[in-house]
Design a binder for this molecule. Structure first.
Ligand code: TTP
Ligand code: MG
Length: 347
């Protein structure tokens, strides 16, 4: 069987780059795109920042006031998120990307997997040329840069795309997979967040190579069958997930800032009841049902937490929505010590 050739295309500092495109005079300055909570002038978190701002330590998720502190007297520009505009740009770019793929899968507003195995007849040389062509086309038509990773599967392509940014192109041949992955920190793998990284550190696992050497049975004992197996396979760059078009699944969500930070279930549920009503009204208006319910909470430290539950069968009942939201928050609050600042509901 011929090896697959998979690309992951990730747009560089996407929201901030869109802002630069709209106003080129921003290019040399630190640009910070913010989600303002509306509670006080500078409350909220950084959505993303351009690379000029990143040099000063401004990254996604940090509080706006902290970003302002880091960029004091640096002639920085702070802008509110303009989702509609970014969606519009994203849609046009995804169209370009799709036109170059045998199989296409968008995974976020600024990211997509392309299976190009047939297109390039399995040749990495041709894949490289195709990637350069895609970059040029995106640049010429939409004035944006992106970073591309190429590998024998989605996992390797994703890690490769993160290696060189912005405007990067990284190719990993099948025979290079292990040596490519092995020196990288485990946090480069999807699914290894802060907590898992710490847990792995206590086991003496820091790099993906450490993880590859670790006994898979032990990993399963520690992380459970599913995750343990995944971590092991990921560490050796094994991944058979197909690039597949996402169905017509979409989400409707509402989020809102609480009057004060709290972990009082009653106060939170009062707020989420309104949000459930709004989400439900939207569902009714569009004659849709839901199959999965999620909650999200932005905590006092600005970290974003989410929980979700999938139903056996789709429904459109408001009471079901409220009941699940209540359950999810009950469980969530029992697991976290922080206070919530913003809460949201999603179906
Ligand atoms: P990313 O691709 O993770 O980040 P990026 O495109 O800004 O930067 P990079 O050059 O490293 O790819 O996310 C895409 C967009 O999603 C980003 O532009 C803004 C938004 N986003 C948030 O709003 N909050 C977040 O915490 C992150 C990570 C992204
Ligand atoms: Mg990006």
């Amino acid at each position: 069987m011929q090896a697959r050739v998979i690309m992951l295309v990730d747009l560089d500092y996407f929201f901030a780059q869109c802002e630069e495109r709209r106003n080129p005079s921003l290019r040399e300055k630190p640009v910070v795109v913010c989600v303002y909570s509306g509670r006080s002038e500078d409350s909220g978190a950084v959505s993303t920042a351009n690379y000029v701002a990143r040099k000063y330590g401004v990254t996604s998720g940090i509080p706006i006031f902290l970003a302002k502190k880091k960029l004091k007297e640096k002639d920085a520009v702070f802008l509110p998120v303009d989702h509609e505009f970014y969606e519009e740009v994203s849609e046009k770019i995804m169209k370009i990307l799709r036109s170059h793929a045998d199989l296409f899968e968008q995974v976020g507003i600024d990211e997509a997997y392309l299976d190009v195995s047939q297109k390039v007849k399995g040749s990495l040389e041709e894949a490289k040329e195709l990637a350069q062509k895609i970059k040029e086309e995106v640049k010429a038509q939409q004035k944006l840069t992106c970073s591309i990773g190429i590998g024998p599967n989605k996992l390797v392509a994703k890690v490769a795309a993160d290696i060189q940014k912005p405007d990067g192109l990284t190719i990993v041949k099948p025979e290079q997979v292990e040596s490519f992955l092995s020196p990288l920190p485990v946090s480069r793998l999807i699914g290894v967040g802060r907590k898992t990284k710490k847990r792995m550190q206590t086991l003496g696992i820091r790099t993906i190579g450490d993880l590859a050497k670790y006994d898979v049975q032990r990993l399963i004992e520690i992380f459970g069958k599913k995750l343990g197996t995944y971590f092991h396979n990921a560490s050796i760059g094994e991944d058979y997930e197909l690039v597949q078009e996402r169905g017509e699944v979409e989400s409707i969500s509402r989020i809102s800032t609480l009057k004060e930070d709290t972990r009082d279930l009653k106060i939170i549920l009062e707020k989420t009841k309104q949000l459930c009503d709004e989400v439900h009204a939207k569902l009714v208006q569009r004659e849709l049902g839901f199959k999965s319910v999620g909650i999200v909470a932005v905590m006092t430290d600005m970290s974003v937490r989410s929980r979700s539950k999938t139903l056996e069968n789709p429904t459109n009942e408001l009471e079901v929505l409220k009941k699940i939201v209540k359950e999810l928050f009950e469980k969530f609050l029992s697991e976290s010590e922080l206070e919530a600042r913003r809460v949201g509901v999603k179906v």
